[in-house]
Design a protein around this ligand. Structure first.
Ligand code: GFB
Length: 316
């Protein structure tokens, strides 16, 4: 990838796409192509084809997706499978037709079977039943991996697939019900402290374990892999460490300065008991994360407070 290569980042306004764009800009890539969802609906096949015909990008980061936490995945099951299948099919097919030199597709750790051995090795894909709460999303992401493999097999396209672990960081979604656990807890602990509440409720039992990667680390990993990884096999991106949801809640409590109690709502689903990535292959390629969890939560909390402040100052 040359510094003046034409690079399309699908989903540049989201947490992942904006982290990739920031990393590319930092490294001196200056020919970035972007479209907001209002300008280009990636679920519309003809619109996507017209965009590729007009722009003819050389490299594509496929970071556009319908995403959310456990409740959003379980509630909007049709949207999660349809939107993601449509976005991936349109972009991957047009990338092949319009001669994209290389495409990086982002999947998710939820593509692995619910009860797979830990840590999750890349070869565990399609060896067992998926977690029911996010099966539609996982099926769409597995289809994305298979699209990349099939276009490589049949047409020789250099399309690679990477599977990030649970992400958090700059530009995250803080919706109280639909977000992932880390931003949800940042908001809930912050609001409890502001309101002087005595307790904060955390969903589920607190026992599931999750691995968290800071968004800027993911952006750095994606650019690194676009530069250095050309294999058909999918590749995990993570830290290799996980914490229980109870440990995570304690960390968020510490960072936000909330002083009350933590209680658990067992009526909410736990989801997969554990999904720790095996990052041996990524480490062997020479990439490691740099931001540890506590430091990352403090950075995410600062970003949350900044956005809150600008939302307040924008009110009439
Ligand atoms: O982050 P999360 O929604 O996604 O939930 P998953 C992780 C764990 O945190 C679950 C618990 O055990 C939740 O029960 N949790 C506790 C909470 N309090 C909360 C809260 O206030 N909000 C949320 N959201 N969770 C998603 C998949 O699974 O992970 C997606 O649904 C995707 O498909 C994504 O793969 C990375 O890790 O369970």
């Amino acid at each position: 990838m040359e510094k003046n290569s034409k690079i399309y980042i699908a989903g540049h306004k989201g947490m992942v796409g904006s982290a990739i764009a920031a990393e590319l800009t930092k490294q001196g890539y200056h020919n970035l192509v972007t479209r907001s969802s209002a300008e280009l609906d990636l679920r519309r096949q003809e619109a996507v084809e017209a965009f590729f015909e007009q722009e003819k990008p050389e490299y594509v980061f496929l970071a556009a997706a319908k995403v959310g936490g456990i409740a959003a995945n379980n509630t909007y099951r049709a949207d999660f499978i349809y939107d993601n299948l449509a976005i991936e099919s349109n972009i991957i097919h047009s990338s092949a037709v319009y001669g994209v030199k290389k495409l990086l597709f982002l999947g998710s750790s939820c593509i692995y079977p619910k009860l797979a051995p830990q840590p999750l090795k890349e070869e565990y894909l399609l060896t067992g039943e998926l977690e029911p709460t996010n099966e539609p999303y996982a099926i769409a992401k597995i289809a994305g991996i298979k699209l990349c493999e099939a276009y490589r097999d049949q047409y020789g396209c250099n399309f690679i697939s990477v599977m990030p672990t649970n992400l958090y960081g700059i530009n995250d979604n803080y919706h109280p019900q639909h977000s992932h656990v880390l931003p949800a807890l940042i908001r809930r602990f912050h609001e409890a402290r502001e309101q002087g509440a005595r307790q904060v409720t955390v969903w589920g039992s607190g026992t599931p374990k999750r691995e968290f990667l800071f968004s800027a680390d993911l952006g750095n990993a994606c650019v690194f892999l676009m530069q250095h990884y050309n294999d058909k096999a999918l590749l995990n991106i993570g830290t290799g460490h996980d914490v229980s949801i109870a440990e995570l809640a304690q960390l968020v409590k510490d960072v936000t300065g909330f002083e009350g109690d933590i209680v658990y709502d067992a009526t909410q689903p736990d989801g997969t008991p554990r999904k720790l990535m095996d990052v041996t292959r990524l480490h062997n390629l020479g990439w490691r994360h740099t931001v540890e969890l506590k430091e990352g939560i403090a950075l995410a909390y600062a970003d949350f407070l900044k956005k809150l402040q600008s939302a307040i100052s924008c009110q009439p």
